[in-house]
Write a protein that binds this ligand. Structure first.
Ligand code: GLN
Length: 476
């Protein structure tokens, strides 16, 4: 990764006059232009330059917000007032948002600058960012490889230094997996910690908004800002918002779930993760093997439940509200079906059909209800594990980034790439990707840290410790 300064360092440099905010924004706009082939952005907001003077003055006077001048990209499933909100779908190609998502409102209140909307898999459904009406996104580490998905554009924007940080959404791994494939930090907070108001719903009981960054301290800062109770989201947790303290005193007890360290893992991924675990041991961490016995059912339960929720959520895109409308039809029924057939891509249609099937009266008990029960068992597995350990470590993905096109014709293979990430969403717990090395072809390897609900601070402290003490600069 190119040289960078953390958001806090940047604020200090702007205050001392060492950096001009306008030049910093221009630098990123230039970077976006020069790296257009990566296709990370659906829309770039050059008018964000207009805010530079006002925010720079605030910084000089010491009246600035916590994210003053931080240049942030937002996944194109999150609403930014008066800007397009397409979800990388043809069906929303003409839609403009009339309000800010709560997270965007909070970023702006703290003087962040929103530089644009990033490319993603259509309606956040995918693991490679190849399902997008705006075309696929390339991995900046090696352009023949996918960046991961569904928040591929946000991950690439951060990894290729096109912005300071980015927001993504994670329903089954869409922050952690692309962060892993691109070699950056990404945190999916506890379900309910961050308001979903203004996030286009994919699977409402799974969706979480979170951030991508180049260092742990930036991630802590942004997560702190976007968190908190919101009366506009009835599932947002009504608890006091916490300020993260990254200093770290006692060594944690860490669990390694044996189900996540199978022979299916790439050799380089396994070796790199094991080497880091040995270093942690040498540094005084207590590390034990644990079991999460229902892990093997996670992918099946995830795809049954999320497709069910998606089929209901996506019913609102009907040619009457939000979307463009098919040009030719004879009656209302045909208008709906033509609009949806023309507007949705293949993966979205596949999920609507799957979801409608598992919810249909003859199959509801056999699939949907059973998957709900499995979800509870997976949640219990984690609760039992966290009675014993503070943190769980796993690989974020069993392999590094795969080649463009390699899995796109085989949906099942693609679904299996979420094998280590979906469980955290089934259980509602926080999870983070920490970049820990590279494989023999130079592709990034990610370590996933999981903690109990609302224990983001523990994960962030651990990541900061790792970043400062164990990871060498070259590994990031
Ligand atoms: N790759 C997973 C899926 O396709 C996760 C997507 C996400 O987290 N938004 O469903």
């Amino acid at each position: 990764m190119a040289d960078y300064s953390s958001i806090q360092e940047k604020i200090l440099n702007i205050r001392s006059g060492e950096i001009k905010l306008k030049e910093n924004i221009l630098y990123f706009l230039n970077q976006i232009e020069r790296n257009k082939d990566l296709n990370a952005f659906n829309f770039v907001f050059a008018d964000c330059l207009d805010q530079s003077e006002m925010i720079e003055n605030k910084i000089r006077e010491g009246k600035n917000g916590k994210l003053a001048g931080a240049v942030i990209a937002v996944k194109d499933v999150i609403a930014v007032k008066d800007k397009p909100l397409t979800c990388s779908s043809e069906i929303l190609s003409k839609y403009t948002s009339i309000y800010n998502a709560t997270v965007v409102e909070k970023l702006i209140q703290e003087d962040a600058i929103i530089i644009g909307k990033t490319n993603c898999d259509e309606f956040a459904m995918g693991s490679s960012n190849e399902n997008s009406a705006f075309g696929r996104v390339l991995n900046p580490v090696n352009k023949e490889f996918v960046p991961g998905g569904s928040s591929g554009g946000s991950a690439v924007a951060v990894a290729a230094n096109l912005c300071d940080a980015a927001l993504g959404s994670d329903t089954g791994g869409s922050i952690r997996q692309p962060a892993s494939f691109c070699g950056i930090f990404g945190l999916k907070p506890t379900y309910g910690k961050v308001s979903r108001y203004g996030l286009t719903a994919f699977a409402s009981s799974f969706d979480s908004i979170g951030a991508f960054s180049k260092c742990t301290s930036d991630l802590a800062l942004i997560t702190e800002v976007i968190s908190g109770h919101d009366i506009k989201d009835s599932t947002s947790a009504n608890i006091v918002n916490q300020l993260f303290d990254l200093s770290f005193s006692n060594k944690l007890k860490i669990g390694l779930p044996k189900e996540y360290f199978s022979d299916d893992i790439d050799k380089d991924v396994m070796e790199t993760i094991q080497a880091k675990i040995q270093e942690l041991k040498a540094n005084g961490f207590e590390i034990i093997e644990i079991s999460l016995p229902h892990t093997e059912y996670a992918i099946a339960a995830y795809y049954i439940l999320t497709t069910a929720e998606a089929s209901a959520n996506l019913a609102r895109f009907d040619g009457v509200r939000y979307t463009r409308r098919a040009k030719e039809f004879h009656d209302l029924e045909e208008m709906y079906s033509r609009t949806r057939s023309e507007g949705f891509g293949d993966e979205v249609k596949r999920r609507i059909m799957l979801g409608t099937y598992v919810l249909s009266s003859g199959y509801y008990d056999a699939y949907y209800k059973k998957a709900q029960k499995v979800r509870r068992l997976i949640q219990n597995d984690f609760m039992n594990a966290f009675a014993e350990v503070d943190l769980i470590l796993t690989p974020t993905s069993p392999f590094t980034a795969f080649k463009l096109g390699e899995k796109s014709s085989n949906p099942l293979q693609m679904y299996l790439s979420d094998i280590y990430t979906t469980s955290a969403n089934l259980a509602g717990i926080p999870g983070m990707n920490i970049p820990v090395g590279k494989d023999s072809s130079g592709l990034p390897i990610g370590l996933q840290a999981l903690a109990n609900q609302f224990e983001e601070e523990r994960i962030l402290q651990f990541s900061n410790y790792l970043e400062q003490n164990i990871l060498k600069r070259t590994e990031l």
